[in-house]
Design a protein around this ligand. Structure first.
Ligand code: HEM
Length: 203
């Protein structure tokens, strides 16, 4: 019996857990001019890093083993869009579903890249780490007050981790500790090896 997941509720719980509050959303929004000015540079740095490492590079190659510039460009735009949307992140109904969909796009390869399998979750985590560092550097470099830059960077770090939790839910399912409502039997442990099977729990 599939469990219903309250994604907005989970997002709010995680935000409270890491201490991401309205004051910090305000701090994030206040970085908009700096982040937007550097959005292309930040996404280019993320993609340069993907191309440096064979494990991530392979997702951006064509059949001849060359970098597929058209696709790469499209992906850069997707990442820049995500970064811009993150500035206006809200604890509402919409964002967790978008984050989940983004996770699923990476964990469940569509037909055209089915042979490559999932984008390994470690690269998703690594990308968040890379982005956190790159953002911190930009904020420190561009903001007049280093303490304000540090506080803004802390807020961004929390936001990216809260998003990461939902994105990775597109990869793994925690083993439930309570039986689904209306049953007495303990819930079956999720099969952590097989991401597609775990999707039943999102229904
Ligand atoms: C913080 C981590 C990441 C974020 C926020 C992110 C964001 C996105 C977004 C917003 C899209 C567009 C999804 C759509 O069309 O609905 C996308 C697509 C894609 N991303 Fe990422 N990405 C991340 C990490 C990665 C990594 C690590 C790789 C590979 C090494 C990767 C490769 C791709 C590919 C291949 C697509 C196209 C999916 C398809 O085949 O349709 N991404 N990404």
């Amino acid at each position: 019996m599939p469990r219903i997941v309250d994604w907005p509720g989970r997002l709010k719980e995680m935000a409270a857990f890491v201490g991401l509050d309205e004051e910090q959303f305000e701090l994030i929004r206040s970085t908009a001019p700096v982040v937007l000015e550097h959005a292309d540079e930040l996404t280019a740095a993320v993609y340069d890093n993907f191309l440096k490492h064979p494990g991530s590079r392979k997702f951006f190659l064509n059949e001849k083993g060359e970098v597929d510039e058209t696709r790469l460009d499209r992906r850069k735009h997707s990442l820049a869009r995500w970064l811009r949307a993150s500035i206006d992140f809200k604890l509402d109904e919409d964002y967790p579903i978008r984050a989940l969909a983004t996770g699923i796009v990476h964990s469940h390869p569509p037909v055209h890249r089915a042979h490559l399998g999932s984008i390994p979750s470690r690269f998703m985590i690594g990308t968040m780490s890379f982005t956190q560092t790159a953002l911190a550097e930009v904020l420190l470099q561009e903001m007049d007050d280093p303490e304000a830059a540090m506080r803004a960077s802390v807020a961004w770090n929390k936001l990216l981790m809260v998003q990461m939790d939902i994105m990775l839910a597109g990869y793994v399912t925690d083993i439930p500790t309570e039986p689904p409502e209306g049953t007495e039997e303990p819930a079956e442990p999720a099969d952590l090896q097989s991401a597609p099977d775990t999707l039943g729990t999102f229904e």
